[in-house]
Design a protein around this ligand. Structure first.
Ligand SMILES: [Zn+2]
Length: 227
């Protein structure tokens, strides 16, 4: 498969007990989004947020809030973004506390932040396997619930490079999606800053290629890495 040179970032080992996971998030703001193509509208939570973390043994530069489609990042992560003059996002503060004070890291959490994006790359819906009769080609909303029920769920993500503005960090599909995507330039910054707990995977994936074992070895000896 031809690669775009774009990558997706997730927290590395979300299933291991050593890694904190955000289980509750409360947001200070909400915004609305409407799709210019299909007319779907919805509001979404955003802005500064309060997070509660379950389990984990120590804090990392990236921690998982996977049920919210995003991760929390440390101040060092923001420094790494600044070092490459990355744009196309705003940084919002996140307060973090433990869900159960007896469980989780014993050290107090460092300052955490979330990223909200103005830069995003759309998927090439047809190449990614989205049936245009069922899904909006732009926002991927389900247009036909009956047809979607039990139909093939796309397992590929192929970017529409005509929608990409060249940002080093961005999100995917719509501005309200929390996933962090990036270029190799940011992975290089993550390497220089020795950021912990990042899992970078090529943006394009097909079926099981996205699984955690495939994270790029951004802290390894070999650079640039095998992709
Ligand atoms: Zn749409």
């Amino acid at each position: 498969m031809k690669r775009s040179g774009l990558f997706e970032l997730s927290a590395r080992n979300r299933s291991e007990s050593g890694f904190p996971t955000v289980v509750i998030m409360r947001f200070a703001e909400s915004k609305s989004y409407s799709c210019a193509v299909c007319g779907a509208r919805w509001s979404y939570s955003c802005g500064p947020r309060h997070c509660e973390v379950s389990s984990g043994k120590s804090w990392f530069d990236v921690i998982s809030a996977s049920t919210y489609g995003c991760v929390l990042v440390s101040e060092r992560f923001i420094d790494a973004l600044s070092s490459i003059n990355a744009r196309g996002f705003r940084v919002v503060p996140a307060t973090v506390e433990l869900y159960e004070p007896s469980k989780g890291p014993t050290e107090a959490p460092p300052r955490y932040f979330a990223l909200e994006f103005t830069s995003y790359v759309r998927l090439d819906a047809a190449a990614s396997g989205y049936d245009p009769k069922i899904y909006c080609s732009t926002c991927l909303s389900v247009l036909d619930r009956e047809a979607a029920n039990g139909s093939y769920v796309p397992t590929k993500t192929i970017p529409d490079m005509s929608s990409y503005d060249g940002s080093d960090v961005f999100t995917v599909v719509r501005p309200d999606v929390g996933s962090i995507c990036c270029t190799l330039k940011f992975i290089d910054a993550a390497r220089k800053y020795k950021l912990t707990n990042c899992c970078f995977t090529p943006f394009e994936w097909d079926g099981d290629q996205r699984f955690i074992g495939r994270c790029i070895d951004y802290l390894g000896k070999k650079w640039p890495p095998d992709l």
